[in-house]
Design a protein around this ligand. Structure first.
Ligand code: G16
Length: 549
């Protein structure tokens, strides 16, 4: 009887949120992402799946984030977060896709029932969900659809609406809520801010106050998180927030934010015209629309040219610094720790070469935080960053144990150990966070006594270009070998290889985007002109391969 009631409730909700015809949804790089107007039925169905997942895990708390991050304002999206604070188990992505594509209420009910049976979900279990959304105007309507999904299950579902919040805060709250040891932190925004502020103060010691930092918030939710955080932190780090217009229509990610800066390799026009970077030594950073990416930049002191310090530059500086701290910690032979770095094909060739030449292990995985995160878990201390600024540093349980049980033989070692442990508190262990990563960068710079120019001096990026190519059907492009090669359309990779050979230090690859309706072309080469020409040549190959030319 109860089962029949549940199915009736789901059917009633499904009728309110019918699936639009001729749309095929896929769970992409970071969940479902498309025009917000196409998403209400998906949100309702994701609500159902989140409850199934929580019930399957005996009521463990699941997270749901409504955001389209770096995408333009009219887009939106939704992704699920597992109890550990990590992205949804990839085997469940197919279930999310199956539910989202059911053409009718009847087929949705039948797919739901089949899933519940096959996944051995005991529907009488409780379910717990935490959810949040970014500042997009479409957020509240989509949240209603999501809540309608939860409500179908009646009282067995307990929810916690975090409201307008960044993606990393949602991940943190999910992890902290499920943490049985009670050591990770209080499962609230306040708990998160206090945890980070405390670790940051410990690490900065008497080095503060630091030089002022300009932060481009992409006119998104990062502006609100930054404001909350600075109120907690006080004046150790003077922060000047820029692009904070979260309620001005059309402003989100528009000509600002991490994706703009990384792709255009230029200052946001608003920062250019404000002149705030013209004072030598001034550094700035940009967040993206949901504050889980960060890139830094500054202007060259004598030439005034734009210098980008992207995810690769962050990874290299942080890995080198943590490696040095481990040496200083002088841990016993059986507790020796290793730092490793995880990158994607987008990593600048110079960064990989630099790390390898310093004997830091580097692995390459496909695009998407979920892939990097898992690869980073294989190291004692795993540093992962996508070139676009997504990333974090993971400390394994073993590393934490080794540090906590160490017997330092000198004040220097004791200090290094204390600092390594403080880094594990400062850095978000669930997912990359622009705010936490910003504090990480600031700490390393303060300890090294470096400004942006000294950080930048480590290695010189190879000139590169990233191009979005619009094609009639991006699904015909299938990449392999950590996305460094194209498997389909057949023969295209051979043509690309032939072309790449003609360029000094040339490298290029093609892959379909999992968040936007386009194919991405990346090219690097010895000179800017060559990188540009290579990108144009490969773009032509893609257009030809897509049947456009
Ligand atoms: C998302 C993912 C990132 C990925 C980016 C671009 O970022 O979380 O891992 O690098 O999309 O992916 P694609 O090239 O497949 O479009 P965000 O910041 O948009 O959530």
């Amino acid at each position: 009887h109860e089962h029949a009631l549940l199915l009736n409730a789901i059917a009633a909700g499904a009728n309110e949120y019918p699936k639009p015809e001729h749309v095929n949804y896929t769970y992409g790089t970071a969940g479902f992402r498309t025009l917000a107007t196409k998403l209400p039925s998906v949100l309702f169905r994701v609500g159902l799946l989140a409850v199934l997942r929580s019930k399957r895990l005996e009521g463990a708390t699941i997270g749901v984030m409504v955001t389209a991050s770096h995408n333009p304002e009219p887009d939106n999206g939704v992704k699920l977060v597992d109890p550990s604070g990590e992205m949804l188990d990839p085997t469940w992505e197919a279930h999310a896709t199956a539910l989202s594509n059911c053409p009718s209420t009847e087929s949705l009910i039948s797919t739901f029932t089949t899933l519940a049976t096959h996944l051995r979900v005991d529907l009488s279990q409780p379910a717990n969900i935490v959810y949040a959304y970014d500042t997009r105007p479409s957020g509240p309507e989509l949240i209603k659809a999501l809540e309608r999904g939860f409500e179908s299950f009646g009282e067995s579902v307990k929810t916690n609406n975090l409201g307008v919040t960044t993606t990393p805060i949602l991940h943190y709250v999910v992890k902290a809520t499920n943490d049985k040891t009670g050591t990770y932190g209080e499962p609230t925004k306040k708990g998160y801010n206090e945890k980070m502020a405390k670790a940051f103060r410990t690490l900065i010691g008497n080095r503060g106050p630091l030089a002022p930092l300009y932060v481009d918030c992409a006119n998104g939710v990062g502006a609100l998180a930054l404001q909350d955080f600075t109120a907690t932190l006080g004046d150790v780090l003077p922060i000047n927030p820029l692009n904070t217009s979260t309620s001005t229509q059309g402003s989100l990610n528009h000509s600002c934010g991490a994706d703009f800066v990384k792709t255009k390799q230029a200052l946001p026009p608003s920062i250019q015209s404000s002149g705030v970077l013209s004072k030598a030594g001034t550094r700035a950073c940009s967040f993206d629309g949901d504050a889980d990416r960060i890139v830094y930049y500054y202007l060259h002191e004598s030439k005034g040219t734009f210098r980008l310090l992207d995810g690769d530059k962050i990874a290299v500086m942080v890995a080198m610094f943590l490696g040095d701290l481990i040496v200083k910690a002088k841990l016993d032979e059986e507790h020796k720790l290793e730092v490793g770095v995880v990158q994607t094909a987008y990593a600048n060739g110079s960064s990989t070469k630099y790390l390898t030449s310093r004997n830091i292990p580097v692995s390459c995985v496909p695009t998407g935080v979920k892939h990097l995160h898992h690869a980073a878990q294989r190291y004692d201390i795993g540093v992962y960053f996508e070139a676009n600024g997504h990333g974090t540093v993971l400390f394994s349980d073993q590393a934490i144990k080794a540090l906590k049980s160490a017997n330092p033989q000198s004040p220097d070692s004791a200090n290094a150990i204390k600092n390594l442990l403080a880094f594990s508190e400062l850095i978000n262990q669930a997912v990359g966070d622009a705010l936490s990563d910003m504090l990480l960068v600031e700490t390393v710079l303060a300890h090294r006594g470096w400004g942006a120019a000294e950080w930048d001096a480590g290695y010189e990026d190879l000139p590169n270009r990233l191009v979005k190519v619009e094609v009639p059907d991006r699904s015909i492009f299938v990449a392999t070998d950590a996305e460094r090669k194209l498997q389909h359309p057949q023969g295209l990779q051979d043509t690309i290889d032939e072309t790449v050979k003609k360029y000094d230090m040339g490298r290029s690859f093609v892959r379909p985007s999992g968040t936007e309706d386009c194919v991405r072309v990346y090219a690097e080469a010895k000179t800017a002109t060559e990188a540009e020409n290579l990108a144009v040549a490969v773009t032509d190959i893609v257009k030809f391969g897509s049947g456009q030319v």
